[in-house]
Design a binder for this molecule. Sequence first.
Ligand code: FAD
Ligand code: NDP
Length: 460
Amino acid sequence: MGRAFVHVILGGGVAAGYAALEFARRGGYSRGELCIISEETVAPYERPALSKGYLLPEGAARLPGFHTCVGANDELLTAKWYKDNGIELVLGTKVIAADVRRKTLLTGTGETISYKNLIIATGARALKLEEFGINGSDASNICYLRNLDDADKLVNVMKSCPGGNAVVIGGGYIGMECAAALVTNRIKVTIVFPENHCKSLRYSAELSHSHYKNLIVAYLFSAVARLFTPKIAEYYENYYSSKGVTFIKGTVLTSFEKEAETGKVFVEVTSVILKDGKHLPADMVVVGIGIRASTSLFEGQLLMEQGGIKINGQMLTSDASVYAVGDVAAFPIKLFDGVIRRLEHVDSARRTARHAVAAILEPSKTKDIDYMPFFYSRVFTLSWQFYGNNTGDVVHFGDFTSSSPRFGAYWVDKGRIRGAFLEGGSREEYEAISNVVRRKAKVTNIAELENQGLMFAIQE
Ligand code: FAD
Ligand code: NDP
């Protein structure tokens, strides 16, 4: 049993949706020549909504409202859109094996799907506590957050314990965004993470998770790659504290206390036990301890780098018929002199997806991608954006004391701006900081830059 397509997009997440729109816009296929194969049962959606709008107590975002590509203020691609555009959605279907030489994929239902061009957009999976030797992830009140099912579980668990206690494990993106959502849902939050402050927002993903082997080494190793400086982290931590959130830093959990200890089935966690023996009461637990890129189908067949699939500036892997995009792809960043990075952010997923389609359909006209890394987050009424690279000396600016803040930082290396962070900016201000990073604006005097702050970017 089998089907043949000219173009196959493997994975049905953010990158898949943007790739589909690019194919449709460029008209580079005939009806029935392009398909998306996805383990998920719905058409591609904007994953960032799951930790933001989806968790709101009122007026929460629900599908079809956040299918791709609304996150980029573009068309809403519902299942009907794919049908109208002759793109086959093969949903609820896991690919269990790939043969790059034969150009075939084997699905869990036993179907072989062959392709001429393959775009790998398999994204990533959430790391589980079990991978660090801690059991209990199957408890009914422990939540991870990667897909719609996880988000539904999180919503249901939140609703089951109004006014209760949540323990959030991890001070990264999921931890900080979910903590804010829990507070908004009137749940008391304690965040536990191994570092000294929540600068643990990850820049990219090449670090090992060795907290349980050697906490001190892990701290020293990871500190260089963190996006938040201690000063920036302190602002957010104080803000969260003002909302009633408790931080427990520099430690990790070791186990859970469970309900029905005498019973046979592990039902519910009632408290989280930390390395120092402390017990934290928990009506629910949210775990955000990082991800692993979903590369396993292609290991031994394609070149890998940075925990992902190595691609060139055309999004092409080490096989001439296979492209990779989004969280799974490690690609050269021209702006950083060709350093290879694997980025776990939505803007990169969107742009690499579009670029792969351009490279497939118009290879001679498509230059190597020239991508400037861009990350953002929104929690409570706060909102920040970051552009570029966090290397070099940090120069902070702005007001770090207000509850409606406007502050930021530049990263300066060899007399040039390499990265810029801004909290509370306007559209024009974000554009201004992105421009100075893109142009690697020259800095002659650090003290002057500190004085000028945001004006440096606006006036440049
Ligand atoms: P994904 O969107 O993860 O899609 C991968 C797809 O592949 C999934 O549909 C999966 O089911 C499918 N798949 C995997 N393996 C198989 C297989 N073997 N067979 C079939 N299908 C398979 N980034 C930001 O920049 N800003 C944000 O605010 C932000 N918020 C986020 C909030 C949450 C809750 C999460 C989880 C992520 C967030 N991100 C954010 C990160 C961003 O969503 C990802 O970078 C982006 O989704 C990556 O897109 P992707 O298409 O590569 O992977
Ligand atoms: P992150 O990598 O951002 O953060 C993981 C956090 O968990 C860090 O604080 C890390 O500490 C900590 N940690 C790691 N291992 C352990 C452990 N064994 N025990 C306790 N804590 C541990 O991953 P997230 O899970 O927060 O996010 C998952 C993905 O979702 C990422 O790709 C992220 O980019 C994406 N995302 C992006 C958002 C955005 O861009 N706004 C929003 C939500 C998700 P340490 O730093 O010391 O390793």
